[in-house]
Ligand binder design. Structure first.
Ligand SMILES: *Cc1c(COP(=O)(O)O)cnc(C)c1O
Length: 374
């Protein structure tokens, strides 16, 4: 059996190696390393895939979030609401820009921000909401967008983990994750569902003025060469990463389908287990399984992780600490307001999930998990 890894980037690369190698060599040969035609082409291809007006590539997913916030003209101390249970980058950029993060609990079944608790956290200083489409499934965007409209708030979708997921609104409209709010962001970190071979990210919006502003911010606040209208940053996707992404984008739906197949296998093995809860699939969103995250009940999570490690099955805890309790973003809070987050911190375990898991590996993993409880 092939060695089991959380993510197997090498096996995936070998399947497209000739094509990717050739494309990368062509970029080297062209010497158009920055802002070359490959970046422009990738940008339009991603716009077409997502059905959005504007994709603005940038250097990574954290920059994408930061730049999206910078483009919205928020003022020091303005409040931005996001989930207490997510990767740190989401809240880090809020603090970096001297805005105030307001963290709220997530839904126990979907791991995404709870719209009722979000509503309760709104104050006259609230300016924006950052829903995170955690682990590959959209947050409840219909509810979130309704709340945002009522309170005149910006919505920035952190779509680093869910590119390719579809959200279905109650009127039947279907939209791609990241294209529903004021602005969406993503990451092309290698292990993400659409990953490059280094760092990369992008910002999406349908708003022409906002897109113009963002294109300036990523390039030193420059709209006309050497005229700097505002303080920006330097954040670019390079041509080598763009050419890799151009080879992988046409495979994205198949990659997500391969993840879904692995998740189906897991789901079936763990159905009705007295100690395990499989991740719930919401009826409003497809799931692209950036992670396959089980909840382990009855305090057995750590022992399960150790048991799996002995069998050479990696498993990770995403995420072990609530953001409100991290040293860098610490805030006074009432634990009673965060019951779901706090339960999840003790229960979640993510199993190996990638496009290259074969049936032999899946059987070995699921057998090991089930054996642990025997
Ligand atoms: C990966 C990730 C980011 C940051 O992306 P980078 O490209 O690593 O900067 C932001 N938010 C979430 C939810 C992520 O998973």
């Amino acid at each position: 059996m092939k060695k089991i890894q959380m993510v197997d980037l090498q096996s995936q690369y070998y399947k497209i190696k000739a094509d990717v190698d050739n494309a990368v060599l062509n970029v080297l040969d062209s010497a158009a390393f920055i802002n070359g035609p490959e970046v422009k082409s990738f940008q339009s291809e991603l716009e077409a895939y997502l059905g959005t007006e504007h994709v603005i590539p940038c250097a990574n997913g954290t920059d994408a979030l930061q730049i999206a916030l910078m483009a919205l003209d928020l003022k020091e101390g303005d409040e931005v609401i996001t989930a207490d249970f997510t990767f740190a980058a989401t809240v880090e950029v809020i603090h970096l820009l001297k805005l105030k993060s307001v963290l709220v609990d997530v839904d126990y079944d979907t791991f995404t921000i709870d719209p009722e608790k979000l509503k309760a956290a709104i104050t006259p200083r609230t300016k924006a909401i950052i829903p995170v489409h955690l682990f590959g499934q959209c947050a409840n965007m219909e509810e979130i967008l309704k709340i945002a409209r009522e309170h005149n708030l910006y919505v920035i979708e952190d779509n680093a983990q869910a590119i390719g997921a579809d959200f279905t609104f109650s009127d039947g409209t279907v939209k791609k994750s990241g294209t529903m709010g004021t602005v969406g962001t993503t990451s092309f970190f290698p292990s993400k569902n659409l990953g490059c071979y280094g760092d990369g990210g992008a910002i999406f919006t349908d708003d022409n003025d906002l897109a113009h502003k963002i294109r300036g911010i990523v390039n030193h606040g420059m709209y006309e060469r050497y005229y700097h209208d505002e303080v920006g940053v330097n954040s670019r996707l390079d041509s080598i990463q763009a050419t890799v992404l151009r080879k992988k984008l046409p495979q994205l739906d198949a990659y997500n389908e391969a993840r879904r197949k692995a998740a189906d296998y897991y789901d079936e093995a763990f159905a009705n287990h007295p100690h395990l809860l499989a991740p719930k699939r919401a009826d409003y969103s497809t799931h692209v399984f950036h992670q396959y995250t089980l909840r382990v009940l009855n305090g057995k999570r750590t022992a399960l992780q150790q048991y799996l490690a002995e069998k050479e099955i990696p498993a990770m805890i995403y995420y072990p600490v609530a953001l409100r309790k991290q040293k860098a973003y610490y805030q006074e809070s009432n634990d009673a307001d965060f019951v779901n987050t706090d339960k999840l911190l003790d229960e979640v375990i993510s199993l190996p999930m990638h496009t290259e898991l074969d049936e032999e590996q899946l059987k070995y993993i699921t057998d090991a998990v089930l054996d642990f409880f025997k």
